[in-house]
Design a protein around this ligand. Structure first.
Ligand SMILES: [Zn+2]
Ligand SMILES: [Zn+2]
Length: 622
């Protein structure tokens, strides 16, 4: 292994990039940074920081962001691509049309604001320099091994300055670290502490070399959005999460449960009519939800933190759904909750569509007996067979091929559900339901989804999406009696049909999870943060899968992932610094099946660029 070590030392010398290692709790509760930096034991599980030989029992490797952004600016090709925000998008922008995150109200508002870091106002505005970089921060928990409960949390940075067709490519997504498992972190902020410190530096400005003007300049970069699934974002925002009394991060709707059932889970229907224990609000109107503002959010977080007693603190946390002030609020470029949109992928293709399929196939939480939305087993089998057969004649550019939803539901992924729901289901479900209103209701959803997925969304489209989603959710819940706030035409539409899924029956509350309510916030999210694809989780899932496959050791999976991340980041850094093509560098190891393979990969990379080392060192770099 001496040769592998040697190769790695060459790679380190060439990349001039290495992870910063922090000790963390062996149970992954905290990382010893910030307020925990000097502690000898974990404040949560009381395990010691060091082992008998005085070494940290577990390490969190942080991959610094600043050197990587500097390298991008020092590379002529990348520096040109990074101009997309200020150049290509700004030139092609049409007010009133949403094409990218830069058309969202949040970014437009930031343009007029001075940068503030730790209460100090700086003389520059956000994105006042054409080289300023817009970033997105994303996280997700994943299981290194399918059959074990261990989780690791990936921390990713997306570069929005790159054109849309480049920014989600594997090589352009910056992984700043993987929080080692085995458990969900007790204080995730302690792991993102080094990132936030770098982002504060980047807000003030760090020196960098601009390959286009061939001069030094102050590089600024700002995180303008955070995204991931509901548990991941609840963790970053310090919220109680989807099972709380006030579970929605966008509004303060109060959740309810059915006291007559043994089920303690809370749900969030708009209507609480007929409910044995109604909340103060009997009916939430979808056009008038109690939306949270940044100021309210921060004031509530502060109130929770400054509560005089632990009991009072817990009470307030429960009422507000907020546990305290998130570390990310130190970044002036983020607004709570507007910068943290619900992820479209999880809402639609991991929850809504699979849940509708459960209803139709009579598998939704044991509440489908005698319901007219359930397809007979024969018909559902026919739908499944036709769906699977249909994929053979659909061009692959429309998406991946899909399995049979009747027999192979468990192997569906968000991608396959998206292909099925958008292209196949509207045809194969036609005429299959005992009553047409279920099919019509589903088709109105597909129409809304297609509007959301357009590359250019007009204000009229957003208004249509808004009206469509409100009607869809109200219909989803409805019973025969029409809502009084509907227009006359909508009342007439509602009256002729009978109930759909929730039916305003307390015993059917499980039909109203947070993921149904969250749909109502999609239109505002598009207004604030641009099209749904700018912050959806497909690229996060791909990265998680990629690191899952990189694990070499079942005994030390986290060390193995860290090692892989370091190798990969260093090779990418070399590629950017010395302007190498993939061919010159050799393909970075996707994942190696053994140490030998890994060694061969590293050696082949080194051989490829070793003859050029002299030239490489002479190139102007940062
Ligand atoms: Zn611990
Ligand atoms: Zn809400």
């Amino acid at each position: 292994m001496e040769n592998l070590a040697k190769t790695r030392s060459h790679v380190l010398a060439l990349s001039r990039f290495e992870p910063v290692k922090f000790a963390c709790c062996i149970n992954s509760c905290i990382c010893y940074t910030g307020p925990y930096a000097d502690l000898d034991e974990c404040p949560n599980c009381r395990t010691s920081r060091l082992n008998e030989s005085g070494r940290p029992r577990r390490i969190f490797s942080y991959m610094p962001l600043i050197p990587r952004l500097r390298a991008l600016m020092s590379n002529r090709t990348y520096a040109t691509h990074l101009q997309y925000r200020a150049d290509e998008h700004a030139k092609n922008r049409r007010p009133g049309t949403t094409m990218d995150i830069f058309d969202g109200l949040h970014y437009r508002k930031l343009l007029g604001e001075r940068v503030v870091v730790e209460d100090q106002t700086y003389p520059h505005n956000y994105f006042s320099d054409h080289r300023d970089i817009a970033l997105g921060f994303a996280t997700d928990g994943f299981t290194p091994f399918k059959k074990r409960k261990h989780t690791a949390w990936i921390l990713l940075i997306f570069n929005y300055n790159l054109p849309p067709d480049e920014r989600f490519r594997k090589d352009n997504i910056l992984c700043v670290g993987i929080i080692p498992g085995p458990k969900k972190p007790w204080d995730a902020d302690s792991f993102i502490y080094p990132l936030v410190r770098e982002l504060l530096q980047l807000a003030i400005g760090v020196s960098a070399y601009d390959a286009l003007s061939r001069s030094l300049f102050a590089l600024h970069a700002y995180v303008i959005t955070g995204f991931g699934d509901i548990p991941a974002i609840s963790m970053l925002m310090h919220m109680k999460g989807h099972n709380g009394l006030c579970p929605c991060r966008m509004c303060s709707i109060v959740a309810i449960r059915n006291p007559d059932s043994g089920n303690k889970v809370l749900y969030v229907p708009l209507s609480r009519h007929n409910h044995p224990a109604p909340t103060d609000v009997v009916e939430y109107r979808p056009e008038n939800l109690p939306l949270r503002s940044h100021e309210d959010f921060m004031a509530q977080a502060k109130a929770v933190e400054s509560a005089p007693t632990e009991i009072r603190r817990e009470e307030l946390a429960k009422t507000y759904g907020i546990k305290g002030t998130p570390l990310l609020s130190a970044l002036g470029s983020l607004r709570f909750p507007q910068s943290f949109p619900y992820d479209f992928m999880h809402l639609i293709w991991e929850n809504l569509i699979p849940n509708l399929v459960r209803f139709w196939s009579g598998r939704y939480k044991g509440m489908d007996d005698g319901q007219s939305y359930v397809l007979s087993p024969d018909i559902w089998q026919a739908v499944g067979t036709t769906s699977a057969a249909a994929t053979r004649t659909i061009p692959s550019s429309f998406g991946t091929s899909i399995p049979n939803p009747a027999t192979d539901c468990s192997s569906f992924t968000s991608s396959t559900w998206s292909v099925w729901s958008l292209f196949i289901a509207p045809t194969v479900l036609q005429g299959r339901f005992p009553e047409d209103r279920y099919y019509d209701h589903f088709c109105s959803l597909v129409r809304i989804l297609n509007l959301c997925l357009q590359f250019e969304i007009s204000e009229k489209d957003i208004d249509e999406i808004e009206l469509g989603i409100r009607k869809w959710v109200v219909d989803y819940e409805r019973c025969v009696r029409p809502f009084r706030f509907l227009s006359e035409k909508m009342k007439a539409d509602s009256i002729h049909a009978s109930s759909l899924y929730y039916q305003h029956k307390p015993e059917r509350l499980p039909a109203c999870p947070l993921t149904i309510h969250a749909l109502l916030h999609i239109p505002d999210q598009i207004r604030w943060m641009g099209p749904c694809w700018t912050t959806w989780a497909f690229p996060i899932e791909r990265q998680c899968g990629y690191f899952q496959r990189s694990i070499q050791s079942r005994r030390n999976p986290y060390v193995s992932m860290d090692r892989h991340l370091t190798d990969l980041s260093q090779l990418r850094q070399i590629k950017i610094l010395y302007n190498l093509t993939d061919e010159q560098l050799g393909r970075p190891p996707e994942y190696a099946s053994s140490q030998t393979k890994k060694l061969e990969d590293c050696k082949s990379h080194l051989v490829t660029f070793a003859p050029n080392i002299k030239r490489i060192y002479c190139r102007p770099t940062i």
